[in-house]
Design a binder for this molecule. Structure first.
Ligand code: ADP
Ligand code: ZN
Length: 523
């Protein structure tokens, strides 16, 4: 079949079977590569429409399409939806009875299905391997492909075995890897593991133009959330917290205020979690209070807001979780409530993990970027996109920084004081210590190290240590300073700070808005 015909067929399928008018950005390109037999990497934002990229080719290719997905809970929904559209599909996973599994296996053998969803662990199953050797496989779609990379935030060892497994399939099927969250490192990793050429990586813009990002600091978080959900009654939303205990707390607090609210975390039984997820999916509860155990791939399109009650571990995780808002293309709010004590929790999680030193260092580095997101004065959407290596976009005009009215003030001299203090102490100290030296603290350690003898000691004594610390956070977020990648980071000067010290660059900062008192005290 010629290329033109294939593209026409794909479009007709999209319209007649799926009921969509036209392809979204990137979909057409990915589908064309796949139909031309090329291994492809598709990187599209959450809600970008990745499923269509393998579902349409699955219908047009002669053999079976195997979809590898880590999301057992989602397989059933996806397969039900496909069957409703008249696309014969099934899944194999551990939730099936032996009879059911046998029946499906027979169906696969007899060529009854176009698509089969499996978890990666299934590929190691001997019976399954034997089954595959008897049938014609056209396409392997690897969903959530970032799980294959050590640099991804959801690394899964069973994903590592996929490339090897593919190589032994005869004849070798076409491979399509899909993910929403790939830094340059992850993208390169995936291309290497799957031998995908640069020309066959399709990266669509990551920008989600229907989402508004906000960072909120210095509020009573519980009061903020209570007030927010009250204003947005009847709109589905997700509130992410960092621990199970916190999830229980917030949920029961909101329930006491008569909100209907589901709860989801890793400490609940499978049955309870599934029930909770269903309540949310079918709007039996307004909102979900959850840890990050909730939602990888959750398929609710009309989520109107995602609030992060605590700091996420990195920007990939944040963008993926926040990105669950507005998958239907309508407006969504992504709000991060920043509190400094959350940094400690995340540092602790990293330090406690049994990963090796190099991995931990990388995690600390990513955490620093997440913290900088909270302190930057640049466009939040742009900050995220830059993190993913996409420099193309203009400021979004919708985020809390773009909408911030405050004027900017020059603070080059204060910045120089901070830089010279860091330089004089040979970049050996962290934020708190530098702030204490500059504000002339009489703390024991300062005396002990003789830091009160430094020329920069007390230079900023008209300010509080806290406000100097927040100034340093700002300088880190704007890339004048950087923190080392460790549990107790020290601060170093960057090229940019050197320029400021040499008098070649000015530092401008927005005049601090008055910290708002929460309007509702709810305890
Ligand atoms: P992803 O897996 O990339 O997060 P999905 O494949 O779940 O996204 O698609 C997100 C939503 O967009 C779904 O509701 C889907 O039906 C819809 N969608 C996908 N492609 C199109 C299209 N070409 N036109 C309109 N809607 C689409
Ligand atoms: Zn913006």
């Amino acid at each position: 079949m010629s290329r033109i015909n294939l593209e026409e067929d794909a479009r007709r399928l999209l319209q007649q079977t799926f009921g969509y008018e036209s392809f979204r950005q990137g979909q057409q390109q990915v589908i064309t590569h796949v139909l031309n037999g090329q291994d492809t990497l598709a990187i599209m934002p959450t809600g970008g429409g990745k499923s269509i990229c393998y579902q349409v080719p699955a219908m047009l290719l002669p053999g079976l399409t195997i979809v590898i997905s880590p999301l057992i809970s989602l397989m059933k929904d996806q397969v039900d939806a496909l069957n409703e559209l008249g696309i014969a599909s099934t899944y194999l996973n551990s939730t099936l009875s032996a009879e059911e599994e046998f029946a499906r296996t027979e169906g696969i053998k007899d060529g009854h299905y176009k698509l089969v969803y499996v978890a990666p662990e299934r590929l190691e199953n001997f019976t399954f391997q034997r089954l595959l050797s008897t049938i014609n496989i056209s396409l392997i779609a690897i969903d959530e492909a970032h799980c294959m990379s050590q640099w991804g935030h959801d690394f899964r060892p069973s994903y590592m075995k996929i490339p090897q497994w593919i190589e032994q399939l005869q004849p070798r099927p076409i491979v399509l890897a899909l993910t929403a969250t790939a830094t340059k490192d992850v993208q390169n990793d995936l291309k290497t593991h799957l031998s995908i050429s640069e020309d066959h990586a399709v990266v669509t813009g990551f920008a989600r133009t229907n989402l508004s990002f906000q960072v909120i600091k210095g509020v009573d978080k519980r009061a903020y959330v209570t007030k927010f959900v009250n204003q947005r009654k009847g709109e589905p939303g997700i509130i992410y917290v960092s621990t199970r205990k916190e999830a229980e707390h917030i949920a029961s607090h909101l329930q006491k205020k008569s909100f209907t609210c589901g709860i989801y975390h890793g400490g609940m039984s499978d049955v309870d979690r599934a029930a909770s997820q269903e309540d949310f999916l079918y709007d039996r509860v307004e909102m979900m209070v959850a840890t990050n155990a909730f939602g990888m791939g959750i398929n609710k399109s009309n989520v109107r807001y995602v609030i992060h009650f605590n700091l996420p571990k990195n920007i990939e995780a944040y963008y993926q979780e926040a990105g669950r808002a507005g998958r239907d293309g309508e407006k969504g709010d992504c709000i991060l409530l920043f509190g400094g004590q959350d940094i400690r929790t995340q540092q602790f999680f990293i330090e406690q993990s049994d990963a090796d030193a190099k991995y931990k260092q990388n995690e600390f580095h990513k955490l620093q970027k997440m913290i900088s997101y909270c302190h930057t004065e640049s466009c939040l959407q742009q900050t995220i996109l830059r993190y993913f290596g996409d420099d193309s976009d203009e400021p979004c005009g919708r985020c809390s920084n773009c909408l911030q009215q405050g004027e900017k003030q020059e603070c080059t001299r204060e910045a120089q004081m901070v830089f010279s203090c860091i330089k004089r102490t040979r970049e050996r100290f962290g934020t708190m210590m530098i702030a204490q030296i500059l504000t002339g603290s009489t703390n024991q350690k300062i005396k002990q190290f003789g830091l009160d003898k430094l020329p920069t000691y007390g230079l900023m004594n008209q300010q509080t240590a806290k406000s100097v610390q927040s100034f340093i956070d700002f300088l880190v977020a704007e890339d004048y300073l950087q923190r080392t990648n460790s549990e107790y980071p020290t601060i170093e000067l960057t090229e940019r700070a050197v320029n400021v010290l040499l008098g070649n660059e000015q530092v401008m900062r927005r005049i601090e808005p008055e910290l708002k008192e929460p309007e509702e005290q709810d305890e």
